[in-house]
Design a protein around this ligand. Structure first.
Ligand code: HEM
Length: 329
C-alpha cells in the first residue's frame, strides 16, 4: 500500500515536471548549461556601453518597459521593418535608445553559443544590469523567454502615455497583471534618466484648464513652472531635462518625494499623486522611516521588475530564438 502510494506520488511529480517543462517556465540561470557566459557577456557589453555613454543605462531600463508592455516581453520592439509599419515606428516609442547595445550583445552571444540566447532575455538582462550599474539594486532575473514572431505598428498604441490620467494608467498596468503598487514602483524608474521637452510641451503650454481654455497644468507649483518653462521654451522638442529634479544621478526614492511635493516633470508621474491608492504607495516609500522599517524600495523595485519581466512571455517551443535581434529568422 505504502509502495503504491509512493509510486503515485512519483508519477504525479513526473507529470508536474513534464507540464512545467512543456509550459517552458522561466528560471533563474536558465542558460547555465547551454551558454554559461550569457549573463556575464550581457553585463560586460552593458558596462562597456556605459563607460562611453552613461545615459545608456536609463535608456536600457526604459527599453524593458517598452518591450514588455507591447505583446509581452518578446523582443517585438527590436524588429526593424523598413516600411514604417514595425512596432518600433510607433510614436509611443519616441526617443527609445539602447537597441544597438542589445544587438551588440546578441552578436557576441551568437559567436559563443549560436541560436541559444533569445533577444527577449537579453533585453531583460541588460535592464537588470543597467539598474545595478546605475546604483540601483542587484537582483536575479529568471530567463528562458523566446522571441516573438510579430511586430505591428499599432500594437504600441497600448503603451501608457504622459497624458494618461491615473485611471487609465492603472488600467493599462492591470491589463498586464500589474497593480497600483507596481505602477508606482516602476514609475520610480524615473529616478534616473531624462525626458525630451517634447513630452512636457502640452503640460506647460497647452494643458486643458478646468474652467475651459488652455494653459499650464495648474498643479505645478509656480516656481517650478517657471523653472520648467525656462528650460523648455514653447516649441522646443529636443532639449532634455532630468525626470528626477535634483537627484538624476542617484538611484533613490527622491523621485517619489518630488512627485509628492509637486515636482514631477512628466504628467504621468504627477498623476500618481492624484488618487488615494497611489498616493498611499508614494507616501509609504518616500517617508524617512521606510529606510529603516520598510517597505524597502530597492527590494520591491527589483521584485516589480521581475513581475514586469514575466508579462506575456513566449516559452517552450513557441516563438523562436532570433539570429539577429532586429530581424525575424
Ligand atoms: C507609467 C507610465 C510611463 C510613462 C507615461 C513614461 C513616460 C516616459 C517618458 C515620456 C520618458 C522620456 C523619454 C525621452 O524623452 O527619451 C520616459 C523616460 C524614462 N522612462 Fe518612463 N514612462 C512610464 C513608465 C516607465 C517604466 C515602467 C519604466 C521602467 C521600469 C520607465 C523607465 C524610464 C526611464 C529609465 C526613462 C529615462 C530614459 C532615458 O533617459 O533615456 N518608465 N518615460
Amino acid at each position: 500500500m505504502a509502495r503504491s502510494s509512493s509510486n503515485v506520488t512519483a508519477l504525479a511529480m513526473a507529470l508536474l515536471l513534464l507540464v512545467g517543462l512543456s509550459n517552458g517556465q522561466l528560471q533563474v540561470r536558465f542558460y547555465s548549461k547551454s551558454c554559461p557566459n550569457a549573463e556575464a557577456t550581457v553585463a560586460s557589453i552593458v558596462r562597456q556601453a556605459a563607460s562611453s555613454d552613461p545615459t545608456i543605462l536609463p535608456a536600457l531600463l526604459r527599453l524593458q518597459f517598452h518591450d514588455c508592455f507591447v505583446r509581452g516581453c518578446d523582443a517585438s520592439v527590436l524588429i526593424k521593418g523598413g516600411n514604417n509599419n514595425a512596432e518600433v515606428d510607433n510614436n509611443k516609442h519616441q526617443g527609445l535608445r539602447g537597441l544597438e547595445v542589445i544587438d551588440g550583445a546578441k552578436a557576441q552571444l551568437e559567436s559563443q553559443c549560436p541560436g541559444v540566447v533569445s533577444c527577449a532575455d537579453i533585453v531583460i538582462l541588460a535592464a537588470r544590469d543597467a539598474v545595478a550599474f546605475a546604483g540601483g539594486p542587484s537582483f536575479d532575473v529568471p530567463t528562458g523567454r523566446r522571441d516573438g514572431k510579430v511586430s505591428n505598428l499599432r500594437d504600441a498604441d497600448a503603451l501608457p502615455d504622459v497624458k494618461d490620467g491615473i485611471d487609465v494608467l492603472r488600467s493599462k498596468f492591470a491589463a498586464n497583471g500589474l497593480n497600483e503598487k507596481d505602477l508606482v514602483l516602476l514609475s520610480a524608474a524615473h529616478t534616473v534618466g531624462t525626458t525630451a521637452c517634447f513630452f512636457i510641451q502640452d503640460r506647460l503650454y497647452n494643458f486643458p484648464l478646468p474652467g475651459g481654455g488652455r494653459g499650464s497644468d495648474p498643479t505645478i507649483p509656480p516656481g517650478f513652472l517657471a523653472e520648467l518653462k525656462s528650460r523648455c521654451a514653447p516649441g522646443d522638442l529636443n532639449t532634455r531635462l532630468p525626470l528626477d529634479r535634483g537627484s538624476e544621478g542617484v538611484f533613490d526614492t527622491s523621485i517619489l518625494r518630488n512627485i509628492r511635493n509637486g515636482f514631477a516633470v512628466i504628467g504621468s508621474d504627477a498623476a500618481l499623486y492624484n488618487d488615494t491608492s497611489t498616493v498611499d504607495v508614494v507616501d509609504s516609500y518616500s517617508g524617512l522611516l521606510s529606510t529603516f522599517f520598510g517597505p524597502y524600495f530597492r527590494q520591491d523595485f527589483a521584485d516589480a521588475m521581475v513581475r514586469m519581466g514575466s508579462i506575456g512571455v513566449v516559452t517552450g517551443r513557441k516563438g523562436e530564438v532570433r539570429k539577429v535581434c532586429s530581424k525575424f529568422n
